[in-house]
Design a binder for this molecule. Sequence first.
Ligand SMILES: Nc1ncnc2c1ncn2[C@@H]1O[C@H](COP(=O)(O)OP(=O)(O)OP(=O)(O)O)[C@@H](O)[C@H]1O
Ligand SMILES: [Mg+2]
Length: 237
Amino acid sequence: MSAAVIEVADLDVYYGTSQILFGVGLSVRQGETMALLGRNGAGKSTTMKAIMGLAPPRRGKVSLRGVVISGRKPHAIARAGLGFVPEDRQIFPEHTVEDNLVIGKKRGPDGQDEWPIKRIYEVFPLLEPLRHRIAGRLSGGEQQMLAIARTLMGNPALLLLDEPSEGLAPIIVQRIGELLRQLRSIGSTVLIAEQNMHFCLGLASHATVIDKGQIVYAAGIDDLKANDTIRRRYLAL
Ligand SMILES: Nc1ncnc2c1ncn2[C@@H]1O[C@H](COP(=O)(O)OP(=O)(O)OP(=O)(O)O)[C@@H](O)[C@H]1O
Ligand SMILES: [Mg+2]
């Protein structure tokens, strides 16, 4: 078994005086696609923000390949090798598609340059003909692809995606799903927060389930598929 890329342990996060996360822990190994599943308000985005230093945990620890990164500022955490695509995607709407990609370019934590723009266009063939378009005029699905592509341009050791399927038409959700399966097949390490369990069942290798700010289940994806009780109790709408 390969080593953990990210190890999250015992995170407590508060917004003001209300506690949102209670001892959250999870880990993602090299090459895994981990789905962080849970209902609306369960704490998925907060977990991602805590990992990224955007909602600093009051207790607990996040390690990236054995090095503790919790306590650092968000930009330092990103530089250490975490690539985060937030719910609102945060592309630069006034810039072209290609400028958005170029802005995201940086070497990985070990100096990797695995995502030259040529490879980005091979993996995201829909973006190439749009390269001179203003990003703010793209459809929601195109913007989501651009946000993922731009983040990959930074050669992250771990890609974190918050609800990549949210608000997109079913056909586009399918496209994003194919893309994520492709990333898994080329060995990328990914953590996806999703309410949409069905979207994840076909592309994740593992699943962690969060409910009311606590981790209630973690297993391989086939185990979750076979576990009606967990799916019904924590993931049914
Ligand atoms: N800025 C904030 N201030 C106070 N409470 C917040 C804030 N952001 C989120 N919360 C609360 O924290 C809890 C967890 O929210 P979070 O956004 O992490 O859930 P989520 O699992 O990502 O949900 P969704 O599927 O709707 O994106 C919710 O009860 C939410 O109302
Ligand atoms: Mg969320």
